[in-house]
Design a binder for this molecule. Structure first.
Ligand code: PMP
Ligand code: GLN
Length: 417
């Protein structure tokens, strides 16, 4: 028998929904409401900032401070201190990363040990589970459940059961991961819900990894609350953010983790042993973006007001269209995704080879290949144990140009025939 030359941590994590479905969308030149990225440019002030950063000063093209470009960490600290209600030290309490993705990876590597358990709230952004596993931990799942009473129309109707959540906590539980606004559901956690989670974190001495990449995208009066701002939570929360989502520039891959210096110090250690330094010019441009937003926050000029206002209309229009063709949507309170129930569309898949695949995976492949519309199967956001219960939903991304939305809506309307 030949020797196993690969590391075990690389086993069982090779399949990736984004790799698979982004390629499928491209191969079939489908209208793409799949992967979450805007198909329009970042605002002009961000493009100008980037151009300015790369033209001129030589140091913009060289390494910057490994844990975050000074101008960026300074502005992030100024910006978020007043929101969290805690004086954030720019050099101790912040780590700038290659997108929120790397902030998540650094957090799991830095904080999760062999044998630790990490509670993940379902549905969850798919990378949490393999990242916990690669750190040697075990993921333990707690689902958001639709309230039993009546029609389920809003992401706000999906809630955690506090007893169920507490029942999953053991002496090995190191952390809980939450994501608000949630991808793919669009749930925006209310203060009471966050307080319940915070109480459990404090009672059981656990950390909270709070993925808040869609923090500026809330609708219908929903308010994004940072769990780190609740009493006793600053010390035990790692808050993760993304400039890609914040400024519609996902390809810049600038993200960050913010938390108490004691925890961030450990993330810095894993960061300096993997990535070490993030691209300087993109950080400089993001810094300028936050400086501008600091000045205009709360006014109509703020991009953090303009983007959700634009998405609000796209969300409503997509929901109306889905409803009119019998694909019951769950109205998201935040983020830029909407999930919809596909049970009412009867499909003759023809393709016998994929019969043992999850229903939503087959449906999404059919919709992409046969109808030219790319989406994402929602069971990908569940653990293998629970995915079967949620394979009647697919996810639509609505951070797209009007022309893209119209093309998608036209395909959806034709489904009725
Ligand atoms: N968290 C969530 C919930 C996401 O949807 C994404 C995808 N953007 C990320 C993290 C990763 O963000 P980034 O593109 O900044 O790496
Ligand atoms: N966060 C984006 C989404 O959910 C992109 C994910 C990815 O490409 N890894 O669609």
């Amino acid at each position: 028998m030949s020797r196993r030359l690969h590391a075990r941590r690389a086993e069982g994590v090779d399949k990736n929904v984004w790799v698979e479905f982004t390629k499928l969308a491209a191969d079939y030149k489908a209208v793409n409401l799949g992967q979450g990225f805007p198909d329009f440019s970042p605002p002009k002030f961000m493009q100008d900032a980037f151009c300015k950063a790369v033209s001129g000063r030589p140091m913009m093209h060289q390494y910057t401070r490994p844990f975050g470009h000074p101008r960026l960490v300074n502005t992030l600290s100024k910006f978020f201190s007043r929101i969290v209600g805690h004086e954030i030290d720019p050099f101790e309490d912040i780590l700038v990363t290659v997108g929120a993705y790397q902030a998540l990876f650094s957090a799991f590597q830095a904080l999760v040990d062999e044998g630790d358990e990490v509670i993940i709230v379902e549905p969850f952004f798919d990378c949490y589970q393999p990242m916990v596993k690669m750190a040697g931990g075990t993921a333990v799942y707690v689902p958001l459940r639709p309230k039993a009473d009546g029609a389920i129309l809003s992401s706000g109707d999906w809630v955690l059961n506090p007893e169920e959540l507490e029942s999953k906590i053991t002496p090995q539980t190191k952390a809980i991961v939450i994501n608000t606004p949630n991808n793919p559901l669009g749930k925006v956690y209310k203060t009471e819900e966050l307080q319940m989670i915070a109480d459990l974190c404090i009672k059981h001495d656990m950390l909270c990894i709070s993925d808040e990449v869609y923090e500026w995208l809330t609708y219908d009066g929903s308010k994004h609350v940072k769990i780190a701002s609740l009493p006793g939570m600053w010390e035990r929360t790692i808050t993760i953010g993304s400039a890609g989502k914040t400024f519609s520039a996902t390809g810049w891959k600038v993200g960050w983790a913010i938390g108490s210096g004691k925890n961030i110090k450990c993330l810095k250690a894993t960061h300096q042993m993997s990535v070490f330094d993030c691209p300087t010019a993109a950080q400089e441009a993001v810094a300028q973006g936050f400086e501008r937003e600091y000045e205009v926050l709360g006014t109509p000029e703020s991009y953090f007001k303009q983007l959700p206002a634009m998405l609000y209309h796209k969300r409503n229009k997509l929901a109306e269209c889905l409803q009119s063709v019998g694909l019951q949507p769950i109205m998201p309170e935040g983020g830029y995704f909407m999930i919809a129930d596909i049970s009412s569309v009867k499909v003759d898949f023809k393709d016998e080879s994929s019969e043992d695949e999850a229903y939503d995976f087959r449906f999404v492949k059919w919709l992409t290949k046969e109808k030219g519309l790319a989406t994402i199967p929602v069971s990908a956001f569940y653990s293998p144990e629970h995915s079967k219960q949620f394979d009647k939903y697919i996810r639509f991304c609505f951070v797209k140009e009007e022309s893209t939305m119209e093309a998608a809506e036209s395909i959806l309307r034709n489904l009725r025939q």
